[in-house]
Design a protein around this ligand. Structure first.
Ligand code: GDP
Ligand code: MG
Length: 822
């Protein structure tokens, strides 16, 4: 009986609560739990809501909600008794009846034809329903009652189906049975010798978000074939307990029943609801549709909205009909149409096929990770390719080859447009300089905005190319294989294979890398990946290394550069290990790394994906870098009225009027004086004061205040570090000289104060420490902004502080230890 049918002032005992998601959670939190007594206060017919009393509280429920609570009515046992009610109840009889109702478990056997459902049913129930060797023998359902411990278990044997859709009467029957009878637990019987096909049905059960146990039947045949399957690991990945059974001789059946009771009592640790990852595009579509569906309480209370959304994307008419009666049906249908069009456009494939492919991708991933040897005969060809690409040995050289190809192509192809942009920015700056009259606006535009933003735009071709290759790898499906082979390795540092992709992207630019962590399902993995991404040395840091290495390590250029990158990686690993043991100490759950089918991507799509990623990057870089460039420019531009140590203007005038000099000699002299003036101005500007202010903090690292200023300006973007050094060390920055003069100036730089006065500022040791500092400290404003967006302010601040602290410690240790030996 349903709670909604109970009349006023009567008591009823709750037997079970069906329904889904938020509804179920809310209702159990309010105290509607099996075995509790509820009193009906006011239940006038046609009246909504209905008022109840439970555990001393008054609660009102909508009629539709009360419909989902099944109860035992005190009087329902014996209607006659009510009629002749004489004031006494047979209390004892009543209690046993309620107890029995509470201890009844409804289970349904669901599985492919010929997987052994009826055999299992017969063995368990002792009955002898006809066992057939072909599909369709079980036309409708049969029921049997089995007693196990305190429980009465009602088993329903359903017709065999390959899938739960609507194409055959059997499918519809199974589907309606699950939706209407809402069995407490579905036992998914699987033919172990044909795992891949059988698990397809399982993926649909997973989508439905119901309690499932897998009976891995015909386990004898699996063993005969010599296939090793780690079924307990597979079960943990799927969130479904798996019990091997041999229905013909009853092996495993009693285990199955004790598992049923465990799961019913919510005592099984394996049970959890997982989401099959359909890939970012489909997932996005599902979310969009879900948002629209959730506007309907009545639907959301009864079904998993995710399931309905997937069914709608599969263009299932039964679900469309279900939705069509809702008041926002029109909106839902429009949204579904739009999403389907988007997906079909993108994949050039029917949406139902895309989802089926994704399900098989999930199954392949799960099986490849948990089984050895040949899994069944129905395995598709693509698994053969996967056996190579995901091979525990060969997978790696193949991957490294592709990586090499990608970086090689990125940098060779990228160098041409890079030069064009460089020239264009310079020309544009010169042109703007001529048009705009001298003054603060002129300087802001030329030295602040054009120089700052221009410095970043120069990297655009490289970044776009990198994104293009990454899109290509994602679109073909290769990226999933990479994640797969990296999984074991990544597990060692508490991460999953999927974290590898963001980390790899980090070598290009940390900003899209942080954004790419979105593909990780688990928040813990996302955060951990985000926090170690900055140690992947991005391309913006490269100019700093190039400068330092060419100035101070002329003999071991490649080796030193390589060591910086490797130190970054080692640091990331160490930090991940520490964070895993401390901040993120929590047992993690295994999940399936799906292997989606290989696709031949269209150039159009890959370019579109590249552009999508690129524009996200540009927007972030554009806004943040623009503001930071202006800020840093202003800090070094003001105050204007600084006192110079000598009359620079005077000197320039006298050079100009000196007739003994040639034109070019004059220019050189003037340039030199101007640079000295500029440098002195930098020193006495606000940023100069800041640099001097932090000098005591960086002294122990062997740095002087000029390095301090460079580090400060690098907060905006690390490529700015080199530019600042150019100004501070008074060297002409000239693109085609490859900062040659700056190199010499750095080598000659002498400490002007402190205990090191008179000594060289830059030794190889200081240069190395400086490179490490630039590698590790505060990633850059854009990365922090990205972390803030993905994880909130707390983690953004944490990232700022912890990276900078580690940078300091590492540089300090390097300098202190190095000083002992050098
Ligand atoms: P249903 O279509 O799912 O109901 O499957 P049936 O129960 O009709 O079984 C189909 C065939 O598989 C029958 O010939 C059974 O004897 C056989 N079978 C069932 N379970 C097992 C098992 O665990 N091992 C083996 N080797 N055969 C089984
Ligand atoms: Mg059967």
């Amino acid at each position: 009986m349903k709670l909604s049918e109970i009349p006023d002032n009567s008591k009823a005992v709750i037997i079970r609560v069906s329904g889904h998601g938020a509804f179920r959670k809310r209702i159990t939190e309010m105290g509607f739990i099996k075995g509790k007594t509820v009193t009906v206060i006011k239940n006038a017919p046609l009246q909504d809501p209905i008022e109840y009393e439970i555990m001393g509280y008054h609660i009102s429920l909508r009629r539709s909600e009360a419909l989902m609570i099944e109860v035992a009515y005190y009087n329902e046992q014996d209607d006659q008794q009510i009629a002749n009610y004489n004031g006494t109840f047979d209390e004892k009889k009543l209690k046993t009846s309620i107890k029995e109702k509470c201890n009844t478990i409804n289970i349904a056997l669901v599985g492919n034809p010929n997987c052994g459902k009826t055999t299992l049913f017969n063995y368990a129930s002792g009955s002898h329903a006809k066992v057939g060797n072909y599909g369709g023998v079980t036309v409708d359902s049969k029921e049997a009652i089995v007693r196990s411990g305190d429980y009465k278990i009602i088993i329903t044997d359903l017709p065999g189906t390959y899938s739960i859709t609507e194409f055959t009467p059997e499918e519809l029957f199974v589907r309606n049975h699950i939706a209407e009878n809402a069995p407490d637990i579905v036992v998914n019987v699987i033919d172990a010798s044909n795992l891949e096909r059988n698990l397809f049905l399982t993926t649909q059960l997973i989508d439905m978000n119901i309690k499932v146990i897998i009976a891995l039947n015909m386990y004898d045949e699996l063993e005969q074939k010599g296939i090793k399957l780690n079924y307990s690991e597979l079960g943990r990945m799927l969130g479904i307990p798996i019990i091997p059974t041999v229905a013909v001789n009853g092996k495993g059946i009693s285990d199955l029943f004790s598992k049923i009771i465990d799961v019913y009592e919510d005592k099984d640790p394996v049970v959890r609801h997982i989401h099959i990852n359909y890939g970012s595009l489909i997932e996005h579509s599902i979310k969009q549709i879900q948002a629209e569906l959730k506007k309907n309480n009545e639907l959301a209370d009864r079904f998993s909205t995710r399931y309905i959304a997937i069914k709608l994307l599969e263009k299932e008419s039964t679900t469309e009909k279900l939705v069509s009666s809702l008041n926002n049906a029109e909106n839902i249908i429009q949204k579904v149409k739009k999403e389907i069009r988007k997906l079909e456009d993108e994949y050039n494939e029917r949406s139902e096929t895309i989802i089926t492919d994704a399900k098989y991708g999930f199954i392949s991933g799960a099986l490849l990770e948990t089984s050895s040897g040949e899994i069944g005969h129905s395995i598709r060809k693509r698994i053969d390719i996967d056996r190579l690409l995901t091979h525990k040995f060969w997978g790696f050289p193949i991957f490294f080859f592709f990586m090499w190809l990608m970086f090689q192509a990125t940098f060779t192809l990228g160098s041409f447009p890079m030069e064009w942009i460089e020239t264009a920015v310079t020309e544009f700056g010169l042109l703007a300089g001529q048009i705009i009259p001298e003054g603060a606006v002129h300087d802001l535009l030329i030295d602040g905005i054009i120089a700052g933003v221009g410095g970043v735009i120069v990297f655009l071709p490289n970044i776009l190319l990198l994104f293009f290759f990454i899109s290509l790898m994602e679109d073909t499906g290769y990226m999933s294989r990479v994640a797969f082979i990296m999984d074991k390795l990544m597990h060692k540092i508490g991460l999953h294979g999927k974290s590898f992709i963001p980390l790899l992207m980090g070598f290009g630019c940390n900003v899209p890398a942080v954004m790419a962590t979105r593909t990780l399902e688990n928040r813990k993995d996302r955060l951990l990946t985000m926090l170690i991404t900055p140690f992947m040395s991005c391309s913006a840091r490269l100019p700093v290394y190039v400068l330092m290495i060419s100035a101070f390590f002329p003999d071991n250029q490649g080796l030193v550069l390589f060591s910086i990158y490797i130190i970054g990686i080692i640091l990331a690993v160490l930090i991940a290990l520490v964070l895993k043991k401390t901040v993120f100490a929590k047992q993690d759950v295994p999940f399936v790394m799906e292997l989606p089918p290989y696709r031949i991507p269209t150039i159009k799509n890959s370019i579109m994906h590249m552009w999508f990623k690129g524009s996200q990057y540009l927007r972030k870089m554009g806004s943040v870098i623009l503001i930071a460039s202006i800020l840093i420019w202003a800090l070094s531009y003001y105050p204007r009225n600084v006192e110079y140590s000598s009359e620079f203007m005077h000197q320039i005038a006298s050079v100009k009027s000196d007739t003994s000099l040639t034109y070019s000699a004059k220019n050189m002299k003037i340039n030199e004086i101007e640079l000295r003036m500029q440098s002195e101005h930098q020193e006495r500007s606000y940023i100069g004061s800041l640099g001097k202010f932090i000098e005591p903090a960086i002294r122990p690292l062997g740095f002087d205040w000029k390095i301090g200023i460079s580090i400060l300006t690098g907060l905006a973007a690390k490529e700015i570090v080199v530019g600042s050094m150019g100004v501070l060390y008074q060297a002409e920055m000239n693109a085609d000289e490859n900062s040659g003069t700056l190199k010499i100036k750095l080598q000659q730089q002498i400490h002007t104060s402190g205990e090191l006065k008179g000594q060289k500022v830059f030794t190889p040791l200081v240069a190395f420490g400086f490179m490490l500092f630039v590698l590790i400290y505060f990633p850059c404003v854009a990365v922090i902004a990205a972390i803030k967006k993905e994880a909130g302010w707390g983690w953004a601040v944490f990232a700022m502080i912890y990276t900078t602290s580690i940078a300091w410690v590492v540089a300090f240790v390097t300098y202190s230890i190095g000083s002992l030996f050098l």
